[in-house]
Design a protein. Structure first.
Ligand code: NAD
Length: 475
């Protein structure tokens, strides 16, 4: 998450937007922005995740994201009575690229890296999806994340299919120079797959605006001129959009607030919130919910979690994380484990780290009223059933965290037109897109008598089916 500065909060900007103080017109000049600085992310840091005195606990065995994605599709296919041909078509990724490439490390040694880029479905347009740097990246994980992007883009009515990519690496263990070289070589290896009309990557776990800038520059160098629209989530100075870095977390907040009002007739004011993950999504969800009155009682990262039932001071916590590289050791909190965080008795639980966190092993211990999925695929289908039986409302990832891809779409449009919007316009369009599609999902839950995830999938799949019917099958 970007540093706190003496700039208006996202809530103050929203109020300006709703009061009409921000001109709705697009602005060609870069406006003075409340969060222009946010776009910088952690560009200045030598090591993207920082040195910490802690070792992360050994990761629990995670459920395969691909198994979860296929299971979810299967359940909805049964519910919709989809025919077998359509099921096979939708569960299959259209293109899959595996690359192995050398990078010369700072000590002169050559190290081989493995990376992926997967296009799931391109019926509705070029594909869109993040790039992940993490030691556990696999082809199957990219397939799952690409599928989720297809549903998410269709649900948001964006002219995109889904994609995902990644490199098997712990970016915290590379120097900045090694990270840049690895990124540029990975971008070169996947360059036949990407392009502004073909496939447009964005940040995900372990990548940030600086990594996007290197990919944009590498691709542009190959073509011979600048092509900002090849990637989103770039810094504003090279064609990024205002409001992108906060977009996913702010979207989680908008959607959660709307659901709380619609289902429980209450606001975020004094709602207790626990958040797993304190990166881009978790950090901005914490900040934007807190700005709207919520009490953030627990936060974790890969090293463990912290808890204070009276609420954490996010500004101080951010400073602590900048100094130490972890939330652990923050004054005025007790240490808890990641699994304990998931079991806290809170109004809202936001898993915002990795997939496969709420499973049939721990779902019965979840005591939150709402699970707002900031991460992609944090809940398995078996866990979904247990949570539903226990009256826990799950806001599915493909709507809950869609703010990021919605604003990425705005960034792409601005890049293609070389005509840039002010921040109020970005926020207004994002909120409208999210809430209009949330209304459609809620309407479908009533009409089809189903939960939010099933309703979201039905809308997405029906939109893709319609596009397929109109295009036909080539040849
Ligand atoms: P990030 O790298 O910025 O942050 C990840 C956070 O999770 C870090 O705080 C890390 O320490 C923590 N973490 C890692 N392993 C953990 C574990 N085992 N237990 C607890 N915490 C752990 O990543 P991000 O961009 O915030 O992405 C988080 C999730 O949100 C991913 O599922 C990603 O696919 C999804 N997502 C991201 C975006 C986006 O715009 N960045 C958009 C939509 C969805």
């Amino acid at each position: 998450m970007a540093k706190h500065k003496n700039s208006p909060t996202t809530e103050e900007i929203d109020q300006r937007v709703h009061n009409g103080a921000d001109s709705p017109a697009a602005s060609a000049a870069t406006p003075a922005s409340a969060d222009a600085s946010e776009q910088i992310g952690n560009l200045d840091e030598e090591n993207p995740s920082g040195e910490t005195p802690y070792d992360p606990p050994p990761p629990p065995r995670r459920v395969s994201a691909y198994t979860v994605a296929l299971g979810q599709l299967e359940r909805v296919s049964d519910f919709m009575n989809l025919d077998d041909d359509m099921r096979v078509y939708l569960r299959t990724c259209q293109r899959e690229l595996i690359v192995h490439f050398p990078v010369q490390m700072d000590n002169g040694a050559i190290r081989m890296f493995t990376g992926f880029r997967v296009h799931h479905n391109m019926t509705k347009g070029p594909t869109k999806g993040g790039i992940r740097y993490h030691p556990d990246v696999t082809l199957d994980e990219c397939r799952a994340l690409a599928m989720w992007m297809t549903w998410k883009c269709a649900l948001m009515n964006l002219p995109y299919g889904g994609a995902k990519g990644g490199v098997i690496v712990d970016p915290a263990k590379l120097s900045k120079r090694e990270l840049e070289k690895m990124t540029r070589r990975y971008a070169t290896e996947i360059s036949p797959f990407i392009g502004p009309e073909r496939d447009i990557p964005a940040p995900d776990v372990g990548t940030n605006a600086q990594v996007m800038a290197w990919i944009m520059d590498t691709y542009s160098m190959h073509i011979g001129y600048s092509i900002p629209a090849v990637i989103t989530g770039k810094p504003v100075a090279i064609g990024g959009t205002l409001g992108r870095e906060s977009a996913t977390g702010l979207g989680v907040t908008y959607i959660t607030r709307a659901i709380m009002k619609q289902r429980y007739g209450r606001s975020l004011d004094d709602a207790s919130v626990a958040i797993q993950g304190f990166g881009n999504v978790g950090g901005w969800t914490a900040r934007t919910m807190h700005e709207r009155g919520a009490r953030i009682v627990a936060i974790s990262d890969k090293f463990g979690g912290i808890y204070n039932p009276r609420g954490l001071d996010l500004r101080q916590l951010q400073n602590h994380v900048q100094e130490t590289g972890t939330v652990l050791g923050y004054n005025g909190s007790e240490t808890i484990s990641n699994s304990e965080l998931l079991e806290l008795d809170v109004d809202v639980l936001v898993p915002a780290a990795l997939e496969g966190q709420i499973t049939k092993q721990n779902a019965h211990k979840v005591r939150a009223t709402i699970v707002a999925e900031g991460a992609n695929g944090p809940t398995t289908p078996e866990a979904d059933q247990i949570l539903a039986d226990n009256g826990v409302l799950v806001i599915p990832d493909i709507i809950c965290n869609a703010g990021g891809v919605v604003v990425s779409y705005f960034e792409w449009v601005q890049g293609l037109q070389s005509f840039f919007w002010n921040e109020g316009e970005v926020r207004r369009q994002m909120e409208r897109t999210l809430l209009d599609n949330l209304d459609a999902v809620i309407g479908t839950t009533t009409r089809r008598k189903c939960d939010l995830r099933t309703a979201a999938y039905i809308i997405a799949i029906e939109r893709i089916q319609e596009a397929m019917r109109l295009r036909g099958f080539y040849p």
